[in-house]
Design a protein around this ligand. Sequence first.
Ligand SMILES: Cc1cc2nc3c(=O)[nH]c(=O)nc-3n(C[C@H](O)[C@H](O)[C@H](O)COP(=O)(O)O)c2cc1C
Length: 341
Amino acid sequence: MTLKTREPSAKLAHIEACLNADVEYQKSTGLEKYDFVNQAAKSISLQEIDISTRLLGKHLQAPLMIAPMTGGIERGLELNQRWARSAEHWQIAMSVGSQRIGLEDPSKAAFYQIRKHAPTTLIFGNIGAAQICRGFGIDEVKRAVEMIEADAMFIHFNAMQEACQGGDVDFKDLHRKLAEMCSALKKLGVPVFAREVCFGISPEAAIRLLDAGVDGIDCAGAGGTSWAKVEALCAKNDRQRKLANCFGEWGIATATSILNVRSVSREIPLIATGGLRTGIDVAKVIALGADLGAMARPMLLAAYASEQALFDFIEDVLAQLRVCMFGAGASSLKDLKTTLF
Ligand SMILES: Cc1cc2nc3c(=O)[nH]c(=O)nc-3n(C[C@H](O)[C@H](O)[C@H](O)COP(=O)(O)O)c2cc1C
C-alpha cells in the first residue's frame, strides 16, 4: 500500500509519522516488572487452552482489540477495511479512529464504513472529549453510532495530545457534558467507554469517569506510541514542535494505569492499550486486571505491509498468548489472573 496522496489531512500526517519515524516512548510500559511462573508439571494441553472471552454481550475468540486509529480519509478506509476483515476472521474487537471528520463533513462518512467487512464482531465508534466540550451533542454521537453500526462508543480523553498539537484545550465543562452524554446513550442502549490515547489513567480520573457514568475504560498508558512525539513530528511550527517534544516521555505507564483503574473498580470492563507488542504482553495485561489488550501501531505496520501480514501478525500474537498461558499453567483467561508475580 502506498500513502502517496494529496489528502491534506492531519490524520495522514499521523499515519506517516507512525510508519516512518521513531515515535515510541523510551520509558517502558512497566510490564517487564512482572513475570509468569513457569509450570513444568501441570496436567494441561496446549490444544485445549481457552482464550475466548465476552465483552458487552459479544463472544470474542481472543481478548485482543485493534485499537482506534483512522477513518475519514481514503487511505484510512483501506486500512480500516483490512483491520475489519481480520477482526471478523479472528473474532476480535476493533475500533475506528476519531469520527470527527465524518461528522463535520458527511461526504467523508463513507470513509468509515467497515461493517460489511465485519458483520458480527465487536466494533467501537470513536469521538473526542474535546468535541463534546465544543458542542457535539447526542445527535452527533447518534450519527457516529449509525455511521458504522457501532456496538459501543469510545470517547477519547486526550487533553495532553490536544495541548501538544495546539488543538482544543478547553475542558472546563467536561464532567457535566460527559455525564449528560452517558445518560443519553444509556437510554439508547449504547455503552460508552472512556479512553486515554497513551498518557494513562490516574485513580482520580477513574473515579471521575465512573462518576460520570461510563460503562468501561481503556486505560491506554505510556510505553508504546507517544502521542506527544507524534505531534512534535507533525507540528506546524518550531515552537509547537519544541513544546510537544518536552512532553515526549509524559504519561502513566500502562501497567500502573491498569492497576490505577482496578484500585477504583474491580468490575468495570477494562481495556489496556499502550506498548503491547506480543501475546505475552496481552497475557500480562489480562493477569494485571484488564479484560482485553489492544494494539495500535503494530496493527498499523502489519496492515500497511499487506493484508496477509496483518493476518499473520494476529495469528502470531494469539499463538504467543496460548503458549504463554500453557507455560504458566493457565487453561483459561480466568486462571491466568492468578499466575503473575
Ligand atoms: C496512526 C494512529 C492513529 C490514532 N488515532 C487515534 C484516534 O483517532 N482516536 C483514538 O482514540 N486513538 C487513536 N490512536 C491511539 C491508539 O489507539 C493507541 O491508544 C496508542 O497509539 C497507543 O497504543 P500503541 O502503543 O499500541 O500504538 C491512534 C494511534 C495510531 C498509531
